[in-house]
Design a binder for this molecule. Structure first.
Ligand code: NAP
Length: 294
């Protein structure tokens, strides 16, 4: 018999989490601020709680997935609800900041509850599949307690560390990488449109170029971890050719009136590194110039 779980929040992600728990055989109680969104879960076999307090009382494990930590606080930091949390395991899967996770962990401890903070690196369609990735941080003994439940939500559950802020911290770091690619794609699309290049051609080129980009990113992370900033025999490219090619892009964008807000940021980082004497160093040397404001 699988342990009973309560899930607060039946948005796109919360609904996927509850469906995965049901599929794994967990008796599941759900609650949502807008009750109609819980109806498909009721049809799938979940109990629908009439209040947050009832949902918390129904299970030893309470998963929260609402839009942000403020919403979580408005649900849990009610006197009656907080009183019912004693002895429960709270798994917060709402996205948030590292400090938000740390503060929530401290608050949960003061209510006599155990707490894990998780970040979901997947869209709802990946939940409950082998490829579903969840980052989790908090006390390791509590993680062991929650491991089975978390395993029902995704096949790739990673314990990031005891500090409850770490899952959110790594989530933000990975999102920074993702948005680098997505905002880069927006610039590519603008350039293609301005130069009348069919976007199908760009799509094919991305397929061909993605492995090269992946290799460059992996190399950048590896060299930054080792502090190998000087150019050496294994350097793929120094700052100098990147900076020249970057200026071809900037010139084209200027000529075609394309928004250069993003490239303005790139320019500032290039300039900081070049002024500090890194023009002929490995591109990884730029990583030293990101930990400071412009
Ligand atoms: P969503 O579909 O917009 O759902 C938001 C949920 O939060 C709804 O259940 C909503 O209730 C609830 N909510 C918002 N404010 C509330 C409040 N003050 N009190 C009570 N409930 C409140 O969003 P989602 O896509 O499910 O995302 C939920 C969380 O998962 C977010 O933290 C998001 O960053 C994270 N996440 C999502 C994805 C994704 O691909 N969707 C991926 C990774 C992480 P109502 O139905 O009553 O409005």
């Amino acid at each position: 018999m699988q342990p009973a779980i309560s899930v607060l929040g039946m948005g796109r992600m919360g609904s996927a989490l509850a469906h995965a728990l049901l599929k794994a055989g967990h008796p599941t109680t759900v609650w949502n601020r807008t009750p109609a969104k819980a109806a498909p879960l009721a049809a799938a076999g979940a109990e629908v709680a009439a209040s947050v307090r009832n949902a918390v009382a129904a299970s030893q494990v309470v998963i929260v997935n609402v839009s942000d930590y403020q919403a979580t606080q408005s649900l849990l930091r009610d006197k009656e609800v907080a009183g019912a949390l004693e002895g429960r395991l709270i798994i917060e899967l709402t996205s948030g900041t590292p400090d938000g996770g740390r503060e929530a962990h401290g608050w949960a401890q003061r209510q006599g509850a155990r707490y894990l903070d998780g970040a979901i690196l997947a869209t709802p369609d990946f939940i409950g599949t082998e490829a579903g990735t969840l980052l989790v941080s908090g006390p390791s003994a509590v993680f062991e307690e929650g491991r089975n439940v978390l395993g029902a939500l995704g096949g790739n559950v990673q314990f990031i560390g005891e500090d409850p802020g770490l899952a959110n911290a790594l989530d933000s770091a990975v999102l920074a990488l993702m948005w680098g690619a997505l905002f880069g794609a927006l610039q590519s699309i603008a350039v293609c449109r301005a130069e009348a290049i069919d976007l199908g051609v760009l799509a094919r080129q991305w397929t061909a170029t993605a492995p090269v980009v992946e290799g460059l990113v992996s190399d950048l992370i590896k060299r930054s971890a080792a502090g190998r900033y000087d150019a050496d025999a294994e350097t793929l490219s120094s700052v100098s050719p990147h900076y020249s090619a970057f200026h071809h892009l900037v010139d084209l964008m200027e000529a075609r009136g394309i928004d250069r807000t993003i490239t303005g940021g790139y320019e500032a980082i290039f300039r900081r590194a070049i002024e500090a004497g890194h023009l002929h160093d490995d591109f990884a040397s730029l990583s030293q110039f990101m930990g400071q404001p412009a």
